[in-house]
Design a protein around this ligand. Sequence first.
Ligand code: NAP
Ligand code: GLV
Ligand code: GLV
Length: 336
Amino acid sequence: MSKPRLFITRELFPDVIEKLKKCYDVEVWDRYQTPPYEVLLDKVRSADALVTLLSDRIDCNLLQQAKRLRIIAQYAVGYDNVDVECATRLGIYVTNTPGVLTEATAELTWALILAVARRIVEADTFVRWGEWWRTKTSWHPHMVLGVELRGKTLGVIGLGRIGLRVAEMGKAFGMKVVYYSRSRNEALEKELGAEYRDLDTLLQEADVVTIHVPLTKETYHMINEERLRKMKRTAILINTARGAVVDTNALVKALSEGWIAGAGLDVFEEEPLSPNHPLTAFKNVVLTPHIGSATYEARHAMAELVAENLIAFYEGREPPTLVNKEVLKIRPPGFR
Ligand code: NAP
Ligand code: GLV
Ligand code: GLV
């Protein structure tokens, strides 16, 4: 039997590709940019398996033309770019990479919280571009003042894997932790000393609001104008989940009119973000280019998990991090 054909939409790690080559006939899209939709369409027509990134749009139109496709292994934990319902209907397995990027994303979240609270990017610019030198300030009691976190309230929206780690780190900083999530976890509340709030109460109480829900129909624009108006004028908003959980236009308005004190954003409704976007004009906003999982450790572990899923499927086993379990009833794993 010839090997099933695997199309990978971006370069992963060579050791992982070698592993995959034992089971699959591998083709890698080796450009830095996302393959255009037309290229994806062309590639999936002959692919048995696919490795996708969150920037690849895998919609129902594409899936319907992927007659041989049996499995999509997403190289990310979030999979809002994949029409999973449609995939399930067509008997296509979808896997993701949960857990292995939790630490990296929680740490990036804290990097943003600290960067906004202590104005790190502004301070760096002040030194680097010679303002400190020119003004001969040396040291001044009022220079680049920020806010302290100890004793303040951290509001976590979505207490899943990443939200929980961010909450634990909040405890280490001496913050009070409140959370809002789809389901309450009372055991965890006791263990962590976190308190549950409904979303509007959380927004009213928190000094730092940090978003960790997936992007779904329910969470789209969850943080809208009305909700932003509920936040404290001194509060900071952090988003390392998905851009579209926040209504960007409302956020720009909130920042322009001072409804909130600042924001740290790793994700955007449109990526890449244009340098002309109004968000780039605010000094009290720190922007990063969707690098939540961008550590050597996480990215390699994600690639390993993608390979584990694909190899399990090849061997006729249930992939370890299968997203659409219902597909098991439609078609058994494997290429036979
Ligand atoms: P997770 O463990 O599934 O956590 C998500 C949490 O959100 C769960 O507790 C879930 O509740 C809750 N939730 C889902 N829908 C909700 C709703 N409508 N209202 C309130 N709460 C809701 O996922 P994770 O591994 O922590 O990842 C979270 C998200 O972070 C991913 O989906 C991804 O979009 C994003 N992410 C971004 C980066 C980055 O590079 N910036 C990196 C990694 C992840 P239940 O417990 O009831 O399911
Ligand atoms: C990154 O954004 C992910 O969902 O893994
Ligand atoms: C600051 O550098 C201090 O010593 O207080």
